[in-house]
Design a protein around this ligand. Structure first.
Ligand code: KMH
Ligand code: ZN
Length: 273
């Protein structure tokens, strides 16, 4: 089986220090969390950024500052800026994270509209998705196709048919938000993607380590981090993103799956550097 790529979603846009005091806001806190995940074995850092007071932002300047600072400490990490940002942001605002220099190697592309609980709706119309795919293609950025349910795989395939997405595609199944997060759900989603694609399994909240374990066994890759889950075990807040990554490394070792370095992860994902 291919080596395991671990992605750490270190910050997110929805969680706060009230939820877990280790959630990073400032540049130095973001670097601290990225380094803890990288040192523990994460090859990919999925990045959202904040103002110092915790307000989510997609400011190009703030992304540039954070990416440059992370790369000083984690020189070969694959940094994957979010183009999802936070609920309610405009498309133009969200795409700013792809405008940094050099252009990111990898970035998220959310493949559909999603209920985020209560009255929150994360809006991604077909035109938004096609426009983001086109922009990333023009900028030479590999998209990670964020699919919160199987219908989003179908929308990604429409973009592929239009020539906006190149093979091999990489999917991330973010389960436990709009779709439940059972092994059956994951198997169904994975069975819907074209042969030759790679994929990551992400479980939200208490499903984080269930989906991680299933993904390790099934030959997929794994995402963990504060964006998705704040607890190392039931009722015990994680001290750092690194602690969450360490737990995945332990599970992978027990199951006989080796961990990919950033260099190996680029090869698996077809990212040229
Ligand atoms: N914060 C969500 C609204 C992504 O990073 O691309 C969007 C999100 C997905 O987190
Ligand atoms: Zn995100």
């Amino acid at each position: 089986m291919e080596k395991l790529i671990i992605a750490a979603a270190i910050c997110g846009a929805e969680v706060t220090k009230e939820n877990n005091p280790a959630v990073p806001y400032t540049v130095s806190e973001i670097v601290r969390e990225a380094k803890s995940a990288y040192d523990a074995g994460a090859a990919v850092i999925h990045l959202h950024v904040r103002e110092d007071d915790g307000t989510p932002t997609q400011s190009k300047e703030r992304f540039q500052e954070c990416v440059d600072a992370i790369l000083k400490e984690c020189p070969d990490a694959i940094i994957q800026p979010s183009t999802g940002g936070a609920v309610g942001m405009s498309d133009m605002e969200r795409l700013q994270s792809t405008e940094i220099t050099p252009a990111p190697e990898f970035a998220t592309l959310d493949c559909g509209t999603c209920n985020f609980g209560g009255d929150e709706i994360f809006v991604n119309t077909d035109n938004t998705i096609f426009n983001f795919a086109k922009t990333m293609k023009e900028r030479g950025i590999k998209p990670e196709l964020e699919c919160f349910d199987k219908g989003m795989v179908d929308i990604a395939m429409k973009a592929h048919k239009k020539g906006l997405l190149e093979d091999p595609m990489h999917f991330d199944f973010v389960l436990g938000v709009q779709m439940t997060a059972t092994v059956r759900d994951l198997v169904f989603c994975v069975g819907s993607i074209p042969p030759g694609s790679t994929w990551t399994g992400t479980g939200i909240g208490r499903y984080e380590f269930d989906m991680a374990t299933a993904s390790i066994i099934m030959g997929g890759h794994v995402r963990v981090g504060f964006e998705d889950n704040l607890f190392i075990e039931k009722g015990v807040p994680a001290k750092s993103n690194g602690q969450l990554v360490e737990k995945v490394v332990k599970i992978a070792k027990l199951l006989g799956r080796e961990i990919a370095s950033p260099h190996e992860a680029r090869k698996i994902l077809g990212i040229k550097k």
